[in-house]
Design a binder for this molecule. Structure first.
Ligand code: ADP
Ligand code: MG
Length: 238
C-alpha cells in the first residue's frame, strides 16, 4: 500500500469501502493508507467472498488492485473467527497465500502488515519463503501465525515436516496469487500434493488470482474450488 493510493486508474467510482461492512479496524487502516474507494476488482470480489461466501477466480490487469481484493476478505474473516472463537482453541492456520516467487511473498506480507495496522494482535503472518533457518522457522510456527505466505514448494516442504506444529482444520482461505505464473513455474504437482493437507470443499474458500488465465487453471479449479464466481475484468470494461 502507498500514500498515493487514490491515483489508481481502476477505481470503481460507484462503490465505497464503507458499504463493504468491514471491521472498523480494517476500514481505519484502509483510510489511513490513503485508499478512498475500492478498485473494480475489489468492489466485485470482496462482497462475493464475504457476503456470498463464494470461491473466486479473478482475471484482472496488473495494477488493478488484486492484492487487497483478496487480503481484505482474508483479514475480515480472521477477525470474525477470532471474535467467535476463544483463545483456548490453540494456534490455527486460518489463511494461506501462495505466490510464484519469494519477492512476491515479501510484497504481499508488507501489504498485509499495513492492512492489519490496527489489529496486529489478532492477525499475525509468517512468510515461509523468507529463507529463515529451519529452527527459527519452527519456533515462529509455534507462535501460531494465522496467515502463511509462501511459494508452493516451501509450503509443501513445511507441511511434509512431520514435527511441524501446523493445524489446518480451521483453514478459511486459500489464495493462489499470480496463478498463471505459479503454473508456468511448474508448481502444479506441489499444489496437487498441498491439496491433500487442506480441508478443501468444507468451509475453505479459495481465491485464484491472475492477470492472465490459461487452460491449466481448469485443473486447479476442479481440484480447489466449489462453483467459483469467475471475474474477468480488463481495461476496456472500466
Ligand atoms: P495487482 O496485484 O492487480 O497487479 P496491486 O494489488 O499490486 O495490483 O495494486 C496495484 C497498485 O494499486 C498498488 O500500488 C496499490 O497500492 C494500489 N491500490 C490498490 N488498491 C487501491 C485502491 N482501492 N485505491 C487506490 N490505489 C489502490
Ligand atoms: Mg498482484
Amino acid at each position: 500500500m502507498s500514500g498515493n493510493g487514490s491515483s489508481n486508474a481502476y477505481i470503481d467510482d460507484s462503490a465505497t469501502f464503507e458499504s463493504l461492512q468491514l471491521d472498523s479496524r480494517l476500514l481505519q487502516a484502509i483510510k489511513y493508507h490513503g485508499f478512498e474507494k475500492p478498485t473494480l476488482i475489489q468492489s466485485s470480489a470482496i462482497p462475493l467472498a464475504l457476503e456470498q461466501k463464494r470461491d473466486v477466480i479473478a482475471k484482472a490487469a496488473t495494477g488493478s488492485g488484486k492484492t487487497l481484493a483478496y487480503l481484505i476478505p482474508v483479514v475480515q474473516t480472521i477477525l470474525q473467527y477470532k471474535q467467535a472463537n476463544d483463545e483456548s482453541t490453540g494456534p490455527k492456520t486460518l489463511g494461506i497465500i501462495l505466490v510464484p516467487t519469494r519477492e512476491l511473498a515479501q510484497q504481499v506480507q508488507s501489504v498485509l502488515s499495513q492492512l492489519v495496522l490496527y489489529c496486529s494482535k489478532d492477525v499475525h503472518s509468517l512468510n515461509l519463503s523468507s529463507q529463515l533457518a529451519d529452527n527459527v522457522l519452527s519456533s515462529l510456527l509455534l507462535d501460531g501465525p494465522e496467515v502463511l505466505i509462501a511459494t508452493p514448494s516451501k509450503l509443501l516442504n513445511v507441511l511434509e515436516t512431520k514435527s511441524n506444529s501446523l493445524s489446518m482444520e480451521d483453514l478459511k482461505f486459500l489464495v493462489v496469487d499470480e496463478v498463471d505464473l505459479v503454473l508456468t513455474f511448474g508448481y502444479q504437482e506441489d499444489l496437487n500434493q498441498i491439496a491433500g493437507y487442506l480441508p478443501l470443499k468444507k468451509n475453505l474458500q479459495t481465491f485464484l488470482m491472475s492477470a492472465t488465465l490459461n487452460e491449466d487453471v481448469q485443473d486447479l479449479k476442479t481440484r480447489f474450488c466449489r462453483s467459483p464466481a469467475i471475474l474477468k475484468l480488463n481495461e476496456e470494461e472500466i
